[in-house]
Design a protein around this ligand. Structure first.
Ligand SMILES: Nc1ncnc2c1ncn2[C@@H]1O[C@H](COP(=O)(O)OP(=O)(O)O)[C@@H](O)[C@H]1O
Ligand SMILES: [Mg+2]
Length: 270
């Protein structure tokens, strides 16, 4: 983790910080369907970049490009300033880009620690036996570091709240070397209190120097933790501004469709 953070203070020739990820004029078509066009985005260490947009806006497509699951059909993707072709999610992970999807791929009946190490189990001794004790202790410690005190890491993961499960997935990504966390609507299915847990966790990750991409359609959640906002509308970038440049009211208005909503409201009032 520390080596990843050290690389963050590097500067480019212009004197600004080099973004962890940069998209330049990125587009993606699925056959005749244009899912994204002309996207310019920078993800910086120690910042939360919020990607907002309605259903079908292109948020998932954008994530999939950064996660190495799909490739853009136009434009460039740069990692640490270098043009990169991500060939697979594994390749992206190797570059420190981890994605937590909304429908978490967790195995409900497995203990929390087992899920934490799923596919990357710790082993020991000549027979490469599972090192259960270490896995248990590490899971507890890593969660505790991020402010989650689970009394029992042997509890089935399915018994945790939705918010806690998101947090387990995030700390797992951090433990396995992520520098960029892409979170696909982590608060969409959660109530107010649970959302609070996840939002606190997002701001803790930011404060520790991670670059966070937070996908949401909730402008309130975005405004609480975001440093930078990008709004997608039918595959186009409609807004690109920093926290200082927009109020919650403006963000909500933009998100709701702005002028379109005003027109509709006038129509309905008649
Ligand atoms: N695999 C695919 N094949 C064809 N069209 C797709 C595919 N994935 C997404 N699309 C289309 O791209 C557009 C953006 O979708 P998506 O990125 O899922 O939006 P969001 O996540 O914001 O709801 C939609 O019109 C959707 O139908
Ligand atoms: Mg989506």
């Amino acid at each position: 983790m520390s080596s990843a953070i050290e690389t963050r203070s590097e500067s480019d020739s212009s004197g600004g910080k080099v973004p962890l990820i940069e998209l330049r004029d990125v587009g993606k078509s699925y056959g005749a369907i244009i899912a994204l066009k002309g996207i310019n985005l920078r993800v910086h260490a120690g910042e939360v970049t919020c990607v907002l947009g309605d259903n079908g806006a292109g948020k998932s497509t954008l994530i999939k490009i950064m996660a190495g699951l799909h490739q853009q059909t136009e434009g460039d993707l740069l990692i640490d300033g270098a043009q990169t072709h991500l060939e697979s999610p594994k390749h992206a992970l190797g570059k420190g880009i981890a994605t937590v999807y909304q429908d978490l791929a967790v195995v409900g009946l497995m203990p929390v620690w087992r899920n934490f190490f799923l596919g990357q189990e710790l082993r020991k001794g000549p027979f490469r036996m599972l090192d259960i004790q270490s896995m248990r202790a590490t899971t507890k410690e890593e969660l505790y570091k991020m402010g989650i005190d689970l009394p029992d890491v042997d509890a089935p993961i399915g018994s945790l709240s939705g918010g806690q499960r998101q947090c387990v997935a995030i700390s797992r990504a951090i433990y396995f070397g992520a520098r960029v966390l892409i979170l696909d609507e982590p608060t969409a299915a959660l109530g107010v209190k649970q959302s609070g847990t996840v939002l606190r966790y997002i701001s803790a990750a930011r404060d520790q120097g991670f670059g966070v991409v937070f996908i949401t359609h909730n402008p309130h959640h975005a405004h609480m933790v975001g440093d930078h906002f990008v709004l997608l509308n039918r595959g186009r970038q409609k807004l690109d501004c920093t926290y200082d440049e927009i109020t919650l009211e403006e963000l909500t208005q933009q998100m709701a469709g702005g002028d379109e909503l005003d027109t509709l409201s006038h129509e309905l009032r008649r």
